[in-house]
Design a protein around this ligand. Structure first.
Ligand code: FES
Length: 125
């Protein structure tokens, strides 16, 4: 496990999120919530929506605008109807840069039980 420089802090202005590639191919979203940074997989844990596009950051809250799941970026608490926690890499700022502690890529376990096609679903008795 090692600290990896992801970007300059200035590359991600307050209340924005930007995707980077680190460690030879791990996609990582850096989110600046105003008083700090979070590093995380770049997809929503609900339905894999790319948070760089669907995510909105305001008042320390990251909201995925697709179905409004949201997380407090300071405490990582789930907000409202959100059903899955946000997974994050440990992050630190040093010398104007943002570093993430990376062991291996964090991947969400998206459910695969909707493999059933529509015909099979509607013909079920
Ligand atoms: S895909 Fe993000 S809330 Fe549903």
């Amino acid at each position: 496990m090692s600290w990896i420089r992801v970007c300059a802090a200035a590359e991600v202005p307050a209340n924005t999120a930007k995707k980077f590639w680190v460690a030879g191919g791990i996609p990582m979203l850096i989110v600046n919530y105003g008083s700090g940074f979070r590093a995380m997989p770049p997809v929503c844990p609900h339905m894999e929506e790319p948070l760089e596009d669907s995510g909105v950051v305001a008042n320390c809250i990251l909201t995925c605008t697709k179905h409004l799941w949201a997380w407090n970026l300071l405490t990582l608490e789930m907000q409202g109807e959100t059903e899955r926690p946000l997974q994050v890499y440990e992050v630190k700022q040093e010398g104007g840069d943002v570093f993430a502690l990376v062991d291996k890529e964090i991947l969400y376990d998206f459910e695969t039980d909707d493999d059933m096609d529509d015909d099979a679903f509607f013909n079920k008795s």
